[in-house]
Design a protein around this ligand. Structure first.
Ligand code: GTP
Length: 205
């Protein structure tokens, strides 16, 4: 049996039926299931190697159940995560409240500097009928900026922005590791470098 090494743990969070499983399926299997909706029980895991330049980053994706029944378990899945994709459905305002709840949870319990990606799902529905929108794009964007998150609108049905989202997660992870390695390898403390740079260039008397 071969075991795939996971580089970065990624957790999918959001209200039930918001489209988390569909996002993962679209990204990993390039498909969109049209059959009857089946809610996730507990969580599902899939590892997906993702090419970033010359590097391959394997994302270990935990697709958690959105049902509040499994809320306590979801914490197990985001512990140690490098990225959290917090999903909301812009045609369902309660799902945005739920996304805010998950962001608060991540901020309260975050142990490892987990990066947050705020993901609007089902963009195809809004593109077809704008009156379905219950969450204003700019309100969501403001929220994302407040929490220092990326904000992206996706559709698992059409595939719009799905690859781009996971690619960004992998790239950000690669960049964070690279930044860390550069500082260690060169022996340069970035904080000291900044201080010395400031004292050399900025004289504030
Ligand atoms: N039109 C449209 N429907 C979508 C899209 N993504 C998901 N859906 C539908 O929304 C329903 C719920 O999708 P899931 O991906 O199972 O939702 P989930 O967030 O994983 O749900 P839980 O497992 O209960 O947490 C399904 O009927 C999907 O077909 C999308 O991009 N466009």
């Amino acid at each position: 049996m071969s075991v795939l090494r996971v580089d970065a743990k990624v957790v999918m969070l959001g209200k039930e039926s918001v489209g988390k499983t569909s996002l993962v399926e679209r990204y990993v299997y390039h498909r969109f299931s049209v059959g009857p909706y089946q809610n996730t029980i507990g969580a599902a895991f899939i590892a997906k190697p993702t090419k970033v330049g010359e590097t391959v980053i394997t994302l270990g994706i935990w697709d958690t159940a959105g049902s509040e029944r499994y809320q306590a378990m979801s914490r197990i899945y985001y512990r140690g995560a490098k990225a959290a994709i917090v999903c909301y459905d812009p045609t369902d305002s309660s799902s945005f409240q739920r996304a805010q709840f998950w962001v608060k949870q991540l901020q309260d319990y975050d142990e490892t500097g987990c990066r947050i990606y705020l993901c609007a799902t089902k963009k195809d529905l809004i593109d077809e009928d704008r009156t379905l929108r219950q969450i204003d794009y700019h309100d969501a964007q403001d929220f994302a900026e407040d929490i220092g998150a990326e904000h992206v609108e996706t559709s698992s049905k059409t595939g719009n922005n799905v690859d781009e989202l996971f690619q960004k997660v992998a790239e950000d992870y690669r960049d964070s590791v690279f930044l860390h390695m550069t500082a260690e390898e060169t022996g340069i403390n970035l904080d000291q470098r900044t201080d010395s740079y400031l004292s050399n260039c900025c004289h504030m008397n």
